[in-house]
Design a protein around this ligand. Structure first.
Ligand SMILES: *[C@@H]1O[C@H](CO)[C@@H](O)[C@H](O)[C@H]1NC(C)=O
Ligand SMILES: *[C@@H]1O[C@H](CO)[C@@H](O)[C@H](O)[C@H]1NC(C)=O
Length: 247
């Protein structure tokens, strides 16, 4: 028979495991961005199967990012940006990448977005950036790398990301308006720990980026870990309820 103190110990351990597990279950932790310098933090963005690896350098007030997302079609686009004046698309200073044809190296460009229709001439961003480039991952994902200057003292930025339609003669067509496309923005805090994993889609794996240079991807692992986590939490709650009844 378990004594009350043993039950309490088990409960404590279960709660502790539940608390630390989300970090382990992040998909971004298993993404290999190849030769790129390692980033301090990464996060599974909550929608559009997208990921952000980032390092904030307070001494230079700069933010280095690697944004990972998978276009939904051969010459579809992905984009990541910062909105210094709002939270959604309008006002976003964006980096947009696409492959002009299957197998082509991705092209990356900038847009100063003022409204729903992209102005092809508005390419100058209102902050400094450098080291902008894009790479393909084996999985089909595209990674946008860049470093941007952020206002000194700011402890976060409003980030906006998107996966869109085809790019024809360099012109990106509109993105869809599913929930994911409408909710693809949030506050990126430089000081807070990266938020825990996004819910993993039930289909699992198909859009999980693999290794940049060979080696198997990690499709599926994150999904099963998340399932285990949810099971663990539910079990923890059941144990807690059980304890309330017994004691
Ligand atoms: C610091 O910021 C400047 C732009 O203000 C940039 O040119 C320089 O490369 C940055 N240094 C590092 C180490 O990122
Ligand atoms: C970006 O676009 C806005 C709205 O058209 C404009 O006011 C601003 O000057 C532009 N920024 C730059 C750096 O061109």
């Amino acid at each position: 028979m378990a004594s009350p103190s043993n039950s309490l110990l088990i409960l404590t351990v279960a709660c502790f495991v539940s608390l630390i597990s989300p970090a382990i279950s992040q998909t971004c932790n298993s993404q290999n961005l190849g030769s790129a310098a390692p980033y301090e933090k990464c996060m599974d963005l909550p929608v559009l199967d997208s990921y952000l690896h980032y390092t904030y350098d307070a001494s230079n007030s700069s933010l280095s990012v690697a944004f990972v997302a998978t276009p939904t079609q051969t010459n579809g686009w992905i984009a990541w940006g910062i909105n210094p004046t709002g939270t959604k698309m309008a006002g976003t200073q964006a980096f947009l990448a696409y492959r002009s044809r299957a197998g082509a190296a991705p092209v990356v460009t900038t847009y100063n977005i003022s409204g729903y229709n992209l102005d092809e001439t508005a390419r100058t961003l209102n902050f400094e950036f450098w080291n902008l480039r894009a790479e393909s991952l084996r999985s089909g994902a595209i990674v946008i790398f860049t470093t941007v200057k952020v206002p000194a003292g700011d402890d976060g930025v409003n980030q906006v990301w998107q996966i869109g339609g085809t790019v024809t003669n360099g012109r990106p067509s509109i993105h869809g308006n599913a929930q994911g496309n409408l909710n693809s923005h949030n506050m990126l805090s430089f000081t807070a720990d990266a938020p825990s994993s996004a819910p993993t889609p039930a289909t699992g794996g198909s859009t999980t980026p693999g290794q940049a240079a060979g080696g198997p991807g990690n499709a599926g692992n994150a999904g099963s870990l998340t399932t285990n986590l949810n099971f663990g939490v539910n079990l923890g709650i059941l144990v807690l309820l059980g304890s309330v009844f017994i004691f």
